[in-house]
Ligand binder design. Structure first.
Ligand code: FAD
Ligand code: NDP
Length: 502
């Protein structure tokens, strides 16, 4: 069979872009479709997918903006003479974010062109297992054929259909990063990565922010680390409402305010509150409905994802990477790496497959949380309590201690008897029967993303506790704590530092 293309990619996000460019570099004739369906509020964006436009990139810049604000207190303490009325301007930040995003959109287009990948800005769907149908703006239906096809359509935020007014009035992360007016008083619904990251920067930017959490924070993460994130965010003044969820949202057209009816599922108490913005961050749904899979024989799970081994669907020439994969981390570097390895196997001589274990990740809350490998709970479930040794250590960042960071005035009274709780937790989980090999690494603290990336190499290489101990620390850093973890959890001794060096 002669096909027009060797490889067609549906979805120009992290995984699709990487796979398309790598395939072209390996000599394949490649086309890539990317099309953004606008949100209910009309938000849309350019080439590059979630990470660049409505994910990692704008999120990290807003996180940075919020940290600069938090640093103003420190700056004044350390001698900077700041005007007393320093204010943050939402519109200026959004302009800066969007101008950076547009630069990246442009560079992605150039990247495709210079790699000789044909970019088609259209919504693609399968007409048959080797044929893709699409329409260019206001044009007739066209088709093209390909030998191999990659589904890399990612996901979109989920908004529950059973909360009247939610789909209509709530925004999601797809809208937040280009919001033209300040969000004002905000209700964030959700308790994981996206909810906590967005709530974190909104709060630090001084928007009154409440987080409505269905159950617990950061399900699946180490409980001690999640508790530390919660403790620090509460000390920063974040208002968490546990077991509380909206039951309906209505809009006062005269004031523009959103009237949110809420219910506490523990107590059955119902109440209501007005907000300027409601942000849903309760997970994402794979964007595979409407792809025409029924014309291909490809089987998707009811949630729209694919159960794959080595990124292969049940139809041999149709592959999938990124957020559409069931049970794999929904992270940009994972999608990129899996896409590149896949095409090297298809169009090159490689046999290398993606290793989804020990993928490091960081939650970019105001104090970040980076992790590699197993939580304490997972380690115990997998190996048994007797085979696990846990080394935790809590302390305060030197710089924070020196400038006397204060608890926020809005923090709950009586929670802490010191200015600010220890803002860092360093924790190693080791396997006794394997010479104390490190199977779980957890760091809550400033710049945890940077810290965790470095240690990920050691953990991937199978480092033991002794290997960590044998390395001399860099002083004074937060990360040096990992070179001197001596207290085990089982010893019963305190793992909270009393301050000072050494
Ligand atoms: P995507 O990047 O989502 O790309 C899919 C593309 O396909 C989209 O452009 C979509 O419009 C397009 N498309 C869909 N259907 C069609 C069709 N039929 N035809 C044509 N085009 C189509 N990950 C990290 O590693 N670090 C972070 O800090 C981080 N922060 C995040 C913050 C937020 C708020 C969010 C939402 C996500 C974040 N992520 C982060 C996750 C990361 O963005 C995703 O894991 C990653 O983008 C997934 O890549 P992908 O290639 O699977 O899909
Ligand atoms: P997650 O799937 O990680 O978490 C969903 C959260 O929403 C949970 O707290 C869950 O609570 C709650 N929830 C689910 N359904 C409802 C509901 N109907 N009502 C109220 N709450 C509900 O989703 P996220 O949106 O936070 O993130 C999606 C993925 O994006 C992440 O898994 C991550 O891979 C990626 N991402 C990565 C980032 C990074 O690398 N820094 C940043 C942001 C996203 P419960 O525990 O009760 O189920």
């Amino acid at each position: 069979m002669g096909y027009e293309y060797d490889f067609v990619v549906i979805g120009g996000g992290s995984g699709g872009m990487a796979a398309a460019k790598e395939a072209a570099r390996l000599g394949a004739k490649v086309a890539l479709f990317d099309f953004v369906k606008p949100t209910v509020h009309g938000t849309k964006w350019g080439l590059g997918g979630t990470c660049v436009n409505v994910g990692c990139v704008p999120k990290k810049i807003m996180h940075y903006s919020s940290l600069l604000g938090a640093g103003l207190h420190d700056a004044a303490y350390l001698g900077w003479q700041l005007p007393s009325n320093v204010q943050h301007n939402w519109e200026t930040m959004v302009d800066a974010v969007q101008s950076h995003v547009k630069k990246l959109n442009f560079s992605y287009r150039v990247g495709l062109r210079s790699n000789k990948v044909q970019y088609i800005n259209a919504l693609a769907r399968f007409q048959d297992p080797h044929t893709i149908a699409y329409e260019l703006k206001n044009g007739p239906t066209q088709t093209l054929t390909a030998q191999h096809i990659l589904i890399a359509t990612g996901g979109r935020p989920t908004v529950p259909a059973d909360v009247p007014g939610a789909k209509e009035y709530a925004i999601t992360s797809d809208d937040l990063f280009s919001l033209q007016t300040p969000p004002g008083k905000t209700l964030v619904v959700g308790g994981s990565y996206i909810a906590l990251e967005c709530a974190g920067f909104l709060h630090e930017l001084k928007y009154p922010t409440t987080v409505a959490v269905r159950s617990i924070l950061l399900r699946g993460f180490d409980r001690q680390a999640a508790a530390k994130i919660q403790e620090v965010m509460v000390a920063q003044g974040m208002n968490f409402r546990f077991s509380v969820l909206p039951t309906s949202i209505t809009k006062n057209e005269a004031t523009g305010k959103l009237h949110v009816a809420l219910r506490n599922s523990e107590t059955n108490e119902t109440f209501s509150e007005e907000f300027d913005t409601v942000l849903y961050a309760v997970g994402r749904t794979a964007d595979t409905f409407g792809l025409g899979l029924e014309n291909t024989g490809v089987v998707a799970l009811p949630n729209g994802k694919f159960d794959t081994v080595n990124e292969a669907t049940n139809v041999p020439h149709i592959h999938a990477v990124g957020d559409v994969l069931q049970g794999k981390p929904e992270l940009t570097p994972v999608a990129i790496r899996a896409g590149e390895y896949l095409v090297r196997r298809i169009f090159g001589n490689s046999t290398k497959t993606m290793n989804y274990d020990l993928v490091p990740t960081t939650v970019f809350t105001p104090v970040e949380y980076g992790t590699i490998g197993l939580s304490e709970e997972e380690a115990i479930a997998r190996y048994g309590k007797e085979d696990i040794v846990v080394y935790p250590w809590e302390f305060q960042t030197l710089e924070w201690g020196a400038v006397h960071r204060q608890k926020a005035e809005s923090a709950r009274e009586g929670d802490y008897d010191i200015d600010f709780p220890a803002n860092c937790l360093s924790k190693l989980i080791c396997l006794k029967s394997a010479n104390e090999k490190v199977i779980g690494f957890h760091f809550v603290g400033p710049n945890a993303g940077e810290v965790t990336q470095g240690f990920a190499v050691a953990v991937a290489m199978g480092a033991t506790k002794e290997d960590f101990d044998n390395v001399v620390g860099i002083h004074p850093t937060d990360a040096e704590s990992f070179q001197a973890l001596t207290v085990t959890k089982e010893s019963g001794a305190s793992w909270v530092a009393s301050g000072g060096c050494g």
